[in-house]
Design a protein around this ligand. Sequence first.
Ligand code: IPM
Ligand code: MG
Length: 356
Amino acid sequence: MTKKIAVLPGDGIGVEIIAEALKLLDALKNDGLDVELTEAPVGGAGYDAAGKPLPDETLALVKQADAILLGAVGGPQYENLSRELRPERGLLGLRSELELFANLRPAILYPQLADASSLKTEVVAGLDIMIVRELTGGIYFGEPRGIRKKDNGEREGFNTLVYSESEVDRISRVAFDIAMKRGKKLCSVDKANVLEVSELWREVVENVGQEYKEVELSHMYVDNAAMQLVKWPKQFDVMVTKNMFGDILSDTAAMLTGSIGMLPSASLDANSKGMYEPIHGSAPDIAGKGVANPLATILSVAMMLRYSLDQPALADKIDTAVGRVLDKGLRTPDIMAQGCKEVGTVEMGEAVLAEL
Ligand code: IPM
Ligand code: MG
């Protein structure tokens, strides 16, 4: 059956990197991949096209799609818009409207890129961590929220960090299931020494853990987790955490690999419908220059094939092709090293295509 893929290039380099991913998807049709691709605007592009970051037509399209491929959103020209109209709202809207509560952010260090990390090679060599970030709850969406005036006339800003048991339960199950398929170690990150919401989080994760006796479960406070990620990251296999902690820790983990331009992500709902995107942003500083690294987006296509389209063999094929291109010494500027050949977005995309 034909699978419907909504393609949302978004803003900045999003447009350039998605173009390379589309060439790849087209090529995979020769391998029997049966997909129908439809493009739509989101983020700043959504605002330009329809006056809001998540246009109604785009929302209708993603709702009936089997999977979504997203580039990146945001740009300086949108920074003065009111909060509701900012590009990031388009992204948050997609996550909540589609209930994409499980965000998988792998941090893998390709052996070919060991020198790109700012940490010592022996600390990061062979690094392979999966961060499972809760994506539709917590302080990002909690009510009440706002900016209000106090009695004395001073303003105060406030947000609510709230998690219900069912929300913690479902994200923990995703994390335990992933741990079962990997190294069978799960570290839940919280701030249970200070926050009641973390106290409950820890209790629920413990309870779910009773059903996964094979998985070695540990708990860590978020400040310590940030430190341990930099000190000795290879102690981690799978990490599970709240929305905001996951936002922060996944950037740290990404940088351990030296190249945020290499990392894909998946955001899944309860039925494995998913949105796939590189974890980097729209990079306005290099947009339009043809130098952005398309590999994170290409690897996001691989995740899409694996998690939403049930095509693990094709996913492997992409992963292998990316490895070969790196073996050949091709590098975009963000991962450039001595003795390698510097290439642009299109050249890199086409090199992967050639390896397929
Ligand atoms: C991310 C980003 C987003 C987030 C922003 C752009 C809203 O930082 O996906 O990590 O905070 O979730
Ligand atoms: Mg982030």
